[in-house]
Design a protein around this ligand. Structure first.
Ligand SMILES: [Zn+2]
Length: 104
């Protein structure tokens, strides 16, 4: 299996929204909040490495701020995705964008 496949398989196993369970002891603070958020974004945008995804999967269910961040980022992408699909793009616009790209 090549690397790209491994990553997309790992990504497919990720939860849509992480539901917090009762009785689980979560970290209420994240020491690496910035790093975690960066990793979450890279994972959701398909830019993460295999190590990042594996690390994320091992830690995401323990860290409360990161669960919230993950859920927020997933929701944002979902909304954007729904919006994008609902708006039909006029063909004049497509053609003018294409022409601009070809100029570059
Ligand atoms: Zn964290």
């Amino acid at each position: 299996m090549d690397n790209k496949n491994t990553i997309s398989n790992l990504k497919n196993e990720l939860p849509g929204i992480i539901i917090k369970s009762e009785g689980v002891e979560y970290h209420t603070e994240c020491k690496n909040n910035k790093e975690c958020l960066k990793a979450i974004r890279e994972i959701l945008d398909n830019e993460a490495t295999e190590e990042q995804i594996v690390h994320f999967k091992q830690n995401i269910d323990k860290c409360l701020p990161c669960i919230d961040n993950y859920n927020l980022e997933v929701s944002i992408r979902k909304v954007l995705c729904d919006k994008i699909q609902k708006i039909p793009v006029p063909s004049e616009l497509i053609n003018s964008i294409r022409a601009k790209i070809e100029e570059i």
